[in-house]
Design a protein around this ligand. Structure first.
Ligand SMILES: *Cc1c(COP(=O)(O)O)cnc(C)c1O
Length: 495
């Protein structure tokens, strides 16, 4: 033993991850920048999607190496096996789910973010803290929220919904949830209200908050997929009459299926009158607030108690970045603050930063992701975002017109913002129509033409085009229509 201990004290050559030769590293890094610029600038020339070959799949099954192959070789492998098979949301004809495109500015920011590798704590007296606070101020101003409201950058809309609903739960109950948990007898009576079109992350949040999905009352929608406010009011009244405790209404500014917008001002009035918390899920649709064309449709979101939205969807930022705003800063901190000794602030020095982001959410260590949006907004100005959001809305309207004008196509839902749902009309029963449309969607992907996704509306399958893409142009939508019609025609029995 004694011998071992003395061995440990022998001087050893000490190591780190930094290169022996920074010039070699610079060469690789410069090459990577050139390769990425080449890759991004030619993205539209490549297929919108392509399958991953077996040889590449195999690469991801090999055991963890004890000895590395060096950065250059590992980089070569990534070039060969990773880069050709992306999700493809940087492609001009990517319209799946609500995927955002990212910006070239974000690439530059990411280089800085990774190099500085800031811990994003908020009590670190570091410029990145002030970048994040300024971005939050800009986002509040963008949505006409008061400057004294609080907010937090989070991974995305799911986390933003969780944080907002946690504050709603803790603020609206007459017992101390933080201390007692949900052991209080009143806990089983808490109710949250949202339309049946509400995103699954809301239900997940309520489940994680210990409320159970039974606490979520789903209200029917009208023909335009927005919540039926009268049904909402009736449900709140009847729940109250049967001894339940309404807590919050979750209003949609842009549902994920169709982009439907709940009547935000009516819901705000109802919440004022009933003393309920108003949470708005504006994951992508909140951005319509910036639009000239669609601003009025989302007016009222400035009245919410909490607002969840994504920067990585319709604000075109790289993953992952979402945001939650909470009107009442004290309630926000009252839900999450907790300061162990080792995190105590100092009055000067590194630990004297202006805030503590962990007092407003779940994460302690966080990336300095704010710099990405900060750099893009500073470079381009908010006006550019306004134009792009309008451009996407106009593209959705253009696509809608082309669908309506084609006898072989039908619109599956009204186009509200930037989401278009449609079907190829084939002969036969519903099962045939579904099979034809599934095949068309599959072929659009397999042939690398375009990547819409799908959904089910009124029990019927449809092709869904969600446009959060600053690279799409009108001719991309023409290409989509042409391909859908051609693939559909291939399937029809020749008469
Ligand atoms: C995408 C989306 C979410 C979830 O956001 P993530 O960023 O994917 O976590 C929540 N609500 C709506 C309406 C969405 O479109």
């Amino acid at each position: 033993m004694a011998q071992k201990a003395s061995e440990l004290l022998q001087p050893r050559a000490e190591i780190g991850f930094d290169p022996d030769n920074w010039d070699d590293f610079a060469e690789t890094a410069h090459r990577a920048v050139d390769d990425m610029v080449q890759y991004l600038s030619t993205v539209g020339d490549r297929p919108a999607w392509q399958p991953i070959p077996a040889s590449t799949r195999h690469q991801f099954k090999t055991a963890v190496p004890e000895r590395g192959i060096g950065l250059n070789q590992a980089y070569e492998q990534a070039l060969e096996h990773v880069l050709p098979y992306p999700t493809g949301n940087i492609h001009p004809r990517f319209w799946s789910w609500v995927g955002g495109t990212g910006t070239p500015h974000g690439i530059v920011a990411d280089l800085m973010i990774s190099t500085m590798n800031a811990a994003g704590l908020g009590f670190d007296e570091a410029a990145t803290t002030y970048v994040e606070l300024q971005l939050l101020d800009w986002l509040k101003a963008m949505f006409a929220w008061p400057g004294e409201a609080s907010g937090l950058l989070v991974s995305g809309g799911s986390m933003a919904n969780l944080v907002g609903l946690a504050v709603a739960r803790n603020s609206q109950t007459n017992f101390d949830v933080r201390q007692q948990g949900l052991t209080h007898p009143g806990a089983a009576c808490l109710r949250f209200y949202a339309s049946s079109e509400t995103h699954s992350s809301v239900r997940k949040a309520l489940e994680l908050l210990g409320l159970g999905s039974n606490a979520l009352a789903l209200i029917n929608t009208k023909a335009d997929y927005s919540i039926d406010c009268r049904a909402l009011r009736r449900r709140i009244d009847s729940d109250k009459a049967s001894g339940l405790t309404p807590i919050a209404v979750i209003a949609n500014a842009g549902t994920v299926n169709t982009g439907a917008i709940d009547p935000l001002n009516d819901i705000a009035d109802l919440c004022d009158e009933q003393g309920l918390w108003m949470h708005v899920d504006g994951a992508f649709g909140a951005m319509a607030y910036l639009s000239e064309i669609a601003h009025a449709q989302v007016a009222g979101l400035e009245r919410a108690d909490s607002l969840a939205f994504d920067l990585h969807k319709w604000m075109y930022q790289q993953y992952d970045m979402g945001c939650v705003l909470i009107r009442d800063q004290a309630r926000h901190a009252g839900t999450f603050n907790m300061t162990p000794d080792y995190l105590k602030k100092m009055s000067t020095g590194l630990a004297s930063g202006p805030t503590d982001f962990s007092a407003y959410g779940v994460q302690l260590s966080r990336s300095a992701r704010a710099l990405r949006a900060w750099l893009t907004i500073k470079s381009e100005g908010l006006g550019k975002f306004r134009q792009l959001i309008d451009q996407n809305i106009l593209q959705a309207r253009y696509l809608t017109q082309r669908i309506v004008a084609s006898p072989r196509l039908e619109l599956a839902a009204p186009t509200v913002l930037n989401i278009v749902n449609f079907r190829y009309r084939s002969h036969g029963d519903l099962a045939d129509i579904e099979a034809v449309n599934r095949h068309i969607l599959d072929q659009l992907h397999q042939r690398g033409i375009a990547t819409p996704s799908s959904t089910v509306l009124n029990d019927q399958f449809c092709i869904r085009v969600a446009i959060c893409n600053h690279r799409s142009r009108r001719q991309d939508f023409d290409a989509l229509i042409d391909a859908v019609l051609a693939i559909g025609a291939e399937m029809q029995p020749s008469s």
